[in-house]
Write a protein that binds this ligand. Structure first.
Ligand SMILES: O=C(O)CCC(=O)C(=O)O
Ligand SMILES: [Fe+2]
Length: 341
């Protein structure tokens, strides 16, 4: 596919879905199970004394959970929502000024997984690593400070929250304090961190049943913390059997296990396949996804429990984070099978 085709659509000006965005008869869109009620993911209260055990069980059984009492203020979340809306409701030609080019990972553009699919998604995104100042200045030459301040504050708070979560999760996995400290010290402060913030926008669509918001994928992160503005649309591929729609509770974060934690837990915590469908003709859905990664130079390997009751051979070979990214991209977004022993 030519690079041109990866430009997000000018969603405001389309009356009908163009051929490039129609996903007809696609297996990808089908097979949602018929449920009377949407499935509720487990809730984890971060202030619960047993949070480590509860987190571990939820990661094991679901690879995903809803986090409450996470300590991120409602005001900051409301500001994030406002700034994301301000960005994505700019005219298309303004957004294009911050277009992510082939050699850059930050800025405005389509989802990274777009290149693995013949059809385009009903989605536009904005990716931030550390300070968004360079890209924000292109959008608002004299008025980018508010956007940058809010994005940086959110990333800093997400980093703190992620550090708390990883400590509890590593404790459950019996990963030593020394290893935990190595990870935490190498991820640095938010300005230098290797984490990424992805603002997602799924505009209203004239024919929502024929398009895909975000196609099925697993995240490469250790885990991802997602806040959704409009809680419907996210689906998970549960038990490798069928797509299940979720409706997370407003105010909670959805946290999903990514490939790197799948590897470190030796497959005990599944990196769950998920996707986003489009909800209606009028709904503009946004989400804020914070991807928590170790630095690219660190090596990841399965942590096998000694003295356990079942055999604990490693399922995956040791791999650096950077190499894993490369392998996954080469294999069209499916990385785990490439390092399977
Ligand atoms: O929009 C969502 O709810 C999920 C987004 C997501 O899966 C991602 O950005 O990787
Ligand atoms: Fe995702």
């Amino acid at each position: 596919m030519a690079d041109q085709e990866f430009l997000p659509l000018d969603f405001n000006s389309v009356q009908t879905v163009p051929e490039s965005h129609l996903w007809p008869d696609s297996e990808e869109l089908s097979s949602v199970i018929d449920l009377d009620e949407k499935i509720s993911l487990p809730f984890i209260d971060l202030l619960d004394d047993g949070a480590s055990e509860l987190l571990g069980r939820a990661c094991e059984q679901w690879g995903m959970f809803q986090l409450t009492n996470h300590g991120i203020s409602k005001t900051l979340i409301a500001e994030m929502e406002e700034e994301a809306r301000r960005l994505f409701t700019l005219p298309a030609k303004e957004k294009m000024k911050a277009l992510r080019s082939a050699d850059r990972v930050t800025g405005y553009g389509t989802a990274v997984i777009s290149k693995y699919h013949p059809k385009c998604m009903w989605h536009e995104g904005f990716t931030i690593l550390g300070s968004p100042a360079n890209d924000a200045k292109k959008l608002w030459p004299s008025d980018s400070k508010r956007f940058c301040d809010v994005m940086e504050e959110y990333q800093s708070q997400m980093k703190g929250l992620s550090d708390r979560l990883i400590r509890l999760i590593f404790k459950f996995l019996d990963i030593s304090e020394e290893e935990t400290m190595k990870l935490l010290s190498s991820t640095g402060d938010s300005g230098k961190s290797y984490t990424a913030l992805q603002l997602n926008s799924y505009p209203p669509c004239p024919d929502p049943d024929q398009v895909m918001g975000l196609a099925a994928h697993t995240d490469t992160s250790l885990f991802t913390i997602v806040h959704q503005v409009c809680n419907d649309g996210l689906q998970i591929f549960k038990d490798r059997a069928s797509w299940v729609p979720l409706s997370p509770m407003r105010g909670s974060f959805v946290v999903n296990v990514g490939d790197l934690l799948h590897i470190m837990s030796n497959g005990r915590f599944p990196s769950i396949l998920h996707r986003v469908t489009i909800q209606g003709k009028k709904v503009h859905r946004f989400s804020l996804a914070y991807f928590y990664y170790p630095p690219p130079y660190l090596y990841i390997s399965p942590h096998c429990k000694p003295l356990s009751e079942s055999p604990q051979a490693p399922l995956y070979r040791c791999v650096s984070v950077e190499e894993y990214f490369t392998m996954k991209a080469k294999n069209n977004g499916e990385g785990l099978s490439t390092i399977k022993i």
